[in-house]
Write a protein that binds this ligand. Structure first.
Ligand SMILES: [Zn+2]
Length: 247
């Protein structure tokens, strides 16, 4: 149920009755072992799994995101949008889909810094989109405490801010897109310091040279599969409750 593969007639017949999922990610450094597209691949892959359990369809993802915080912008390849661009891009896509008859939307986020801007887009959409209902969620917020304990039993949980290019993202990529993971380049790393404030321009020592913020060597495909199924289960339950999918 990928919109980019549908004909216009299929789309016309499905758009009003399905939940419309819009994955939103980034083009951002994820260490020496993962591709720049991690934050797109993860929510898009989760969205495809959701479609196996719910009447839903997946829009082409927004493959760029808001500027990476904590030094991410220092890396070649991290290619980010201004906040107004992300707001307008998200709003245009939602508004057009609404115009075609879409009413129930799930914005599935894979990049932490996007949240405020996609929220603003939804707020602007709802000014004149009668009957629209939208859920915005980030996949890591759907992970239960019990699952965190299980996944981080050996490594210890550092908090989601530092779980970048580390246990969960590497595990999910090993499950969803193993060909894109450089297995021989997986490492553990961490920042020299993690200030509780933002510094502009960011100094070099708040992000390690590798771009990995925690212990990626504790990742595994098995953890990725377990985590993906767990998150999809939570999303499906949420969608049934909040977006009224009967199936
Ligand atoms: Zn990421």
């Amino acid at each position: 149920m990928l919109v980019e593969h549908m004909t216009w007639e299929q789309y016309r017949d499905e758009v009003a009755r399905r939940i419309i999922i819009l994955p939103v990610g980034s083009l951002e450094q994820h260490g020496p072992h993962l591709p720049l597209s991690v934050d797109v691949v993860i929510p898009t892959s989760l969205a495809k799994m959701v479609c196996e359990e719910l009447e839903a369809m997946v829009l082409p993802p927004i493959a760029y995101g808001y500027k990476a915080q904590g030094g991410g912008q220092l890396f070649p390849g991290t290619t980010s949008l201004d906040g107004t661009t992300l707001i307008n891009l998200t709003l245009d896509i939602l508004r057009e889909t609404y115009r075609h008859g879409g009413r129930r939307f799930l914005v599935l986020n894979g990049h932490y810094e996007n949240v405020a801007f996609v929220t603003e887009a939804v707020q602007l959409l709802l000014r004149d989109a009668d009957g629209a209902r939208v859920v915005i969620l980030s996949w890591w917020d759907q992970v239960s405490d019990e699952m965190v304990d299980e996944l981080f039993a050996e490594a210890g949980f550092p908090g989601w801010e530092t779980e970048h290019a580390a246990v969960t993202e590497t595990s999910l990529m090993q499950y969803f897109a193993p060909d894109l993971v450089r297995e021989d380049r997986i490492i553990d790393d961490q920042s020299e310091r993690m200030p509780k404030y933002s510094i502009f321009p960011p100094p070099d020592d708040i992000v390690p040279e590798s771009g990995v913020l925690y212990k990626a060597t504790y990742a595994s495909r098995e953890k990725g599969e377990k985590l993906a199924k767990h998150v999809v289960g939570a999303i499906v339950q949420m969608a049934r409750e909040e977006l009224g999918s009967g199936s």
